[in-house]
Ligand binder design. Structure first.
Ligand SMILES: C[S@@+](CC[C@H](N)C(=O)[O-])C[C@H]1O[C@@H](n2cnc3c(N)ncnc32)[C@H](O)[C@@H]1O
Length: 277
């Protein structure tokens, strides 16, 4: 596995995903009943933006460092607070990954399983989770399989975040299979999926897979930073949300609009639509 999230932490795609994640967690946590959270591809959990990986990629410079100074809508409040809590005033040198944001929201009655296959990142993740003192476990395991296993075993409410590196051609297939199996075991589960947006054909293929699953209503939120002329580039990103609480769809529109307006090129646009249901 070559992918290291440290190169990309804090880029525009993380901002879309993480603002959405904090809003979805807030809505799910409005219900006092216990919630099991599975993060299928957790990464290291917390990123040093001053290290060599970031210095080379400069993705956070073009992402979180630029956007955080903008006048942002309230949908970004929790993410901005999480970034500010980990940095000295006026600086953005540390960026919280999905495990940090989930730990911030986790209550004593909840449970969090974070899966990561890279031994080095899994080690960092384990330390972060242990230090939090929250009911959380880091597992060096395949996240797709773990999500299905948890959907079959866990009692009560379930939320799954699926955020693969898309290094392998079968990630789209595995996401759809996992989504189908999780919802078969737990029809009311909430599942948030992150996808890169390079060309529309790949996205269409994925959406056709979703339609074949007869899913409950699934929101598709596209943040196109630029027109999709070059399929070799990451021109934007997509989130799909299945079984999300009411009101989340409108928040996705606000989040995608703000990132496209703040960081996009001419011709960029945000689009939120739905399939299934
Ligand atoms: C996009 S990053 C995750 C970022 C993280 N979700 C966040 O938002 O901060 C994807 C991670 O998945 C790991 N990975 C790749 N294949 C995996 C698998 N089958 N199961 C679990 N982790 C995997 C990679 O090593 C990488 O750290």
């Amino acid at each position: 596995m070559n992918y290291r999230h440290a190169f990309h932490a804090g880029n525009f795609a993380d901002l879309v995903k993480h603002a959405a994640l904090t809003r979805l967690l807030a809505r799910l946590m409005a219900d006092p009943s216990p919630l099991t959270v599975v993060d299928t591809h957790a990464g290291a959990g917390l990123y040093d933006l001053t290290d060599a990986h970031q210095a080379r990629s400069k993705e956070a410079e073009a992402g979180v460092a630029r956007l955080i100074g903008h006048d942002l809508p309230p949908e970004f409040d929790a993410l901005v607070a999480a970034v500010e809590a980990r940095n000295a005033p006026g600086k953005v040198e540390t960026y919280p990954g999905s495990p940090s944001l989930i730990l911030d929201a986790l209550r004593p009655q909840d449970r969090y399983l974070a899966c990561e296959l890279r031994p080095d990142d899994h080690g960092r993740l384990g330390t972060l989770l242990k230090r939090s003192g929250k009911p959380a476990q880091a597992r060096l395991t395949d996240g797709y399989d773990a999500a299905v296993e948890m959907a079959r075993e866990a009692e009560g409410r379930l939320f799954v975040l699926i955020d693969p590196p898309f290094e392998r051609p079968d990630d789209y297939v595995r996401i759809a299979e996992t989504l189908g199996a999780v919802l078969k075991a737990k029809p009311r589960a909430t599942v948030l999926v992150w996808l890169p947006l390079k060309d529309l054909e790949t996205l269409d293929g994925y959406v056709r897979r979703l339609e074949a699953l007869n899913l409950p209503r699934t929101v598709v939120a596209e943040a196109r930073l630029k027109p999709l002329h070059d399929p070799m580039k990451m021109n934007g990103c997509v989130l799909t949300a299945t079984g999300a609480p009411k009101g989340f769809e409108a928040e996705l529109q606000v989040i995608c609009d703000a990132v496209v307006a703040g960081l996009g090129a001419p011709g960029g646009k945000a689009k939120v639509w739905s399939v299934g249901g």
